[in-house]
Design a protein around this ligand. Sequence first.
Ligand SMILES: NC(=O)c1ccc[n+]([C@@H]2O[C@H](COP(=O)([O-])OP(=O)(O)OC[C@H]3O[C@@H](n4cnc5c(N)ncnc54)[C@H](OP(=O)(O)O)[C@@H]3O)[C@@H](O)[C@H]2O)c1
Length: 175
Amino acid sequence: MGRKVILYIAMSLDGYIAKKDDNIDFLTTVETPGEDYGYASFQKGIDTLIWGRKTYDKILTFGIEFPHKDKKVYVLSRSRTGADENVEYISDVQALINNLRSKEGLDIYCDGGSELVYELQKHSMIDRLIVSVIPYLLGNGIRLFREDLPEQKLKLKQSITYPSGLVQLWYEKDN
Ligand SMILES: NC(=O)c1ccc[n+]([C@@H]2O[C@H](COP(=O)([O-])OP(=O)(O)OC[C@H]3O[C@@H](n4cnc5c(N)ncnc54)[C@H](OP(=O)(O)O)[C@@H]3O)[C@@H](O)[C@H]2O)c1
C-alpha cells in the first residue's frame, strides 16, 4: 500500500477525547518527563496532517508556536475556505485523501476530532488506528467514535503498556 491514513489519538477508557466543553485536562494525568508515547517517532513517518476545524481552533488557544511548520496541514471545514498562515481549509476529505494517495509522499496523520474521524470512517478511510487509552473515566464528553459508523473488522497489530498506565493499541483494517 502507498500512503496510509493514520489516526493517532488519545481517549479516556470510556471512549471520550474531550469533555463537552472541549476540556482535555485528563490528558495531563499521563504526562511523564522524557516519555512522548512514540509521538516523535510517529511524526517522522508523516508529512501531512488533517484536523477538524474545532481541533485546529483548540490548538490555536494553546498560544504556542505553530507545531507543524515543516508539514502540510489541512483543516476540514464548511464555514472556512482558502488558507491562513498555517493551514489550508478543505470541505471534502474523501477527495483530499484520494488526491493525496495519487501522489508520492509519507503517511497522513489524522489528529481528530471526532467529526473528522466520523467523515473518514464513514468511508472506511483510516488504515491504521493508534489509540492511547488513558486510565481515566471522563463520564461524558465528545466520543471518539460517534454512533452509526459502519461496522469494521480490525486487526490488532500491537499493544504497548506504559508505566503511567496508558495503553496504546495499534489496529489496522482487516479486509
Ligand atoms: N484526545 C485527543 O487526542 C484529541 C485529539 C484531537 C481533538 N481533540 C478534541 O476534540 C475536540 C474537537 O472535536 P470535534 O469532534 O468537536 O470537532 P472536529 O472534528 O475537530 O471539528 C469539527 C468541524 O469540522 C468541520 N466538519 C465536520 N464535518 C464536516 C463535513 N462533512 N464537511 C466539511 N466540514 C466538516 C466543521 O467545521 P466548521 O464548523 O468550520 O464548518 C465542524 O465544526 C476538541 O475539544 C479537541 O481538543 C482531542
